[in-house]
Design a protein around this ligand. Sequence first.
Ligand code: ATP
Length: 353
Amino acid sequence: MFRKSDGFEGIIGSSLRMQKLFRIIDQVAEDGESTVLIQGESGTGKELVARAIHARGPRRNKNFVPVNCAAIPDDLLESELFGYVKGAFTGATQNKMGRIQYAAGGTLFLDEIGDMKPALQAKLLRVLQEKEYEPVGGVKPIPVDVRIVAATHRDLEKLVAEGKFREDLYYRLSVIPLQIPPLRDRREDIPLLLESFTKVFNRGKKHPLAGFTEAAVQALISYPWPGNVRELENLVQRLVVLHGGETVDLDDLPAKYTAHMTSAANIRQRQGVDAGSISTIALHEAIWNGDGINFNDLVDGLERQLISQALARTGGNKKEAARLLNLKRTTLIEKIKKKRIDINMGVQRASCA
Ligand SMILES: Nc1ncnc2c1ncn2[C@@H]1O[C@H](COP(=O)(O)OP(=O)(O)OP(=O)(O)O)[C@@H](O)[C@H]1O
């Protein structure tokens, strides 16, 4: 979808939470050995994170091998992972290399690890503890050097408590636990994701999508996104097809993306009061959930957006951007450095808007 040069290894996000995640990915990647357990809801980008860990670490020149433990039937998963020797079962007419061996020297990404059956969990534990495995039907252990990155959208601790997941394997896997926040907990990223996906899906289109009205963006910012970034990506793809050449307004959004608002008219009214002001994004009531808000994240996200937009409007000219923001130039430069704001990103965003 995104190129590796977009965002952080193709992961888009400028919220404080994502910036923190990027820093941790770099630390984890550098280590190159420890097992990582990535947890997060479906569609939050767990596979992207696993790929980034591989791509930024010392194993990058060897294979990254993804295996979806939920998608492969139980009886096939064992031979897919560990391979088999000739004669292991009817139809095994020759030796077959398993994906663990294919990942040797590189990274094995075990997606949906929570779905792995107990017998296989025991075999995997052996790989982690002894750094060796036996192919199906084999008698001799084969040594293997592989980094294991596992992911799940399930609560593994709960599965352990219910006796469905081995406790020893859980501890072995979660040497480095990474939690990816759901999109509703980093709503500041939504405008950037909308712009970035629009740019991608607009490529080569005769009638590219012109963008989104402020009201449409407001509605999308306050939508709960149960399908996370995958859902947002799919929505933008659909809008590019159905509304090419237009600016997406509230009425163009499928009903479920506006149903959470009190009424469309209500939003327009708010817009009227504070037309064009980005502060309505951060102050929208929908940011309040049962747990309260993350004040620092929201303020940081708002600052980033304002700075990026000012840079975008001025083609990256810091002096002009500082004037638009009514900030001292030195203050702006300090903030750009401290927040590691990508000046080019702002300029690109301006040219695609
Ligand atoms: N921060 C992000 N920036 C850009 N694209 C993203 C981001 N997060 C997710 N995506 C995109 O969303 C889709 C789902 O991502 P991915 O498969 O990594 O999620 P996942 O958490 O592994 O999902 P699942 O648990 O369902 O396997 C992909 O198309 C991916 O490119």
